[in-house]
Design a protein around this ligand. Structure first.
Ligand SMILES: Cc1ncc(COP(=O)(O)O)c(C=O)c1O
Length: 395
């Protein structure tokens, strides 16, 4: 039986796009995964979470297994709120979500309809693009350089559209700190500029701060901490600093937005997982944990950068990230989708740049490497293998 006739207009429109995430072949076990934007396996606190589950069930018995009941369930939100306040995000309410991704999806639901114009960075996080494409086909892409989103360019485009009477975006999605995929961080001047532009051209800013706590040098001030008009909707996550499988994220925004999001959040929360995370956090020194993470990822970044300097041809260039998980590499004249097969044959994976662009053609010369998941030895080996693949393909 054909189901399409029963589908909503939303899903029919979305199905016109390429299927999400089906382009990476299944990787053999011995492949070095420089493609994976996952935490380092040794930094995922399996023992701490096991203890948290045990303590939770011993102390609360069946309570966390009901729809409501665990006193720890509410404490997770308090912890998140307190951490945000320490980072200068003093206003706004918190909605706990199943990862940052659910936060982005819920925001898209309440803000985007099929005529909405959405401004995005180019390149940007592919899953967010896929979420937005489920709701609209109208996008405006603004390039990112070493200092993050090019806000002068954004202003030019907005002013031009306004002058011509064209629709203006209702929201801008940005990852200002240790961006995925470029690893770049928006400068302070540009941060101020974005907040000013939002006010001047009347749009909202979705700030995806998934990597904000993973700084190797200086901590960047979140856009939300610079915003005094509730224009910035801050999305965060514990995926990169605790464990992605726990699916804990949040949206921090003004009360009207939080009420609207809660209206559509019909998953009845995940009480057991949220209470487990609260139990884990009450027995964890997060300051210490975060400094261990920063130290480990900084070292891994250094290993990757120093090996890139040795193994990459001259026509390859990259930014040195000051935090997060990623290095973004441009290989002039290359087609990185073609390069992927050659790299896989050598035993290393990466993500071809095209998937981070709305127009795939724009990403041909780029690739994303992640230094978070692979071990130091694997990083060295993997970058050498990538160098071999490039040499075989391009001489
Ligand atoms: C920029 C960005 N936002 C959000 C996420 C997903 O976060 P979560 O696991 O909390 O849904 C990722 C994960 O790769 C990411 O890179």
């Amino acid at each position: 039986m054909k189901m399409e006739g029963y589908f909503s207009r939303n899903i029919k429109d979305a199905l016109k796009n390429d299927p999400p995430g089906e382009w990476m072949p299944v990787l053999p076990d011995d492949c070095i995964r420089l493609s994976s934007g996952f935490p380092a396996p040794e930094l995922v606190p399996a023992d701490g979470l096991k203890n948290a589950v045990n303590r939770l069930l011993e102390e609360e018995e069946d309570l966390p297994l009901h729809y409501l009941g665990s006193p720890r369930f509410a404490r997770l939100k308090d912890y998140i709120q307190q951490r945000l306040q320490e980072r200068g995000l003093k206003d706004g309410e918190v909605l706990v979500t199943a990862g940052a991704c659910q936060g982005i999806d819920l925001l898209a639901r309440i803000l985007i309809d099929d005529q909405t114009l959405v401004a995005v960075e180019s390149p940007t996080y592919m899953e967010a693009l896929e979420v937005f494409q489920n709701y609209t086909e109208h996008f405006m892409s603004i390039p990112v350089d070493e200092y993050g989103l090019q806000t002068d360019r954004l202003e030019e485009v907005l002013a031009d559209r306004k002058e011509k009477g064209l629709p203006l975006p209702k929201l801008l999605y940005t990852i200002p700190t240790f961006q995925n995929p470029t690893g770049t961080t928006m400068s302070t001047e540009r941060r101020k500029h974005v907040v000013e532009l939002a006010e001047k051209f009347d749009f909202l800013v979705v700030e995806d701060d998934a990597y904000g706590e993973l700084f190797f040098e200086e901590q960047a001030v979140p856009l939300k901490a610079m915003d005094h008009h509730d224009r910035v909707l801050h999305v965060g996550s514990l995926s990169k600093v605790v464990a992605p499988g726990m699916r804990i994220g949040w949206v921090n925004a003004g009360p009207e937005v939080i009420t609207a999001l809660a209206w559509f959040k019909k998953d009845l929360d995940h009480p057991f997982i949220q209470a487990t995370m609260a139990a884990f956090l009450e027995n964890t020194d997060m300051v210490q944990r975060l400094s261990l993470l920063r130290e480990t990822y900084r070292e891994k970044r250094d290993v990757m950068i120093s090996e890139l300097e040795k193994s990459m041809p001259e026509r390859a260039s990259w930014y040195i990230p000051e935090g997060g998980y990623f290095v973004w590499i441009k290989v002039s004249g290359a087609d990185t989708s073609e390069l992927l097969q050659a790299a896989l044959d050598e035993g290393v994976s990466f993500i071809p740049g095209q998937y981070f662009f709305l127009n795939h053609e724009d990403g041909k010369e780029f690739l994303r490497l992640s230094f978070s998941y692979a071990s130091r030895d694997e990083i060295v080996d993997g970058v050498q293998k990538l160098g071999n693949a490039l040499a075989k393909l391009h001489g």
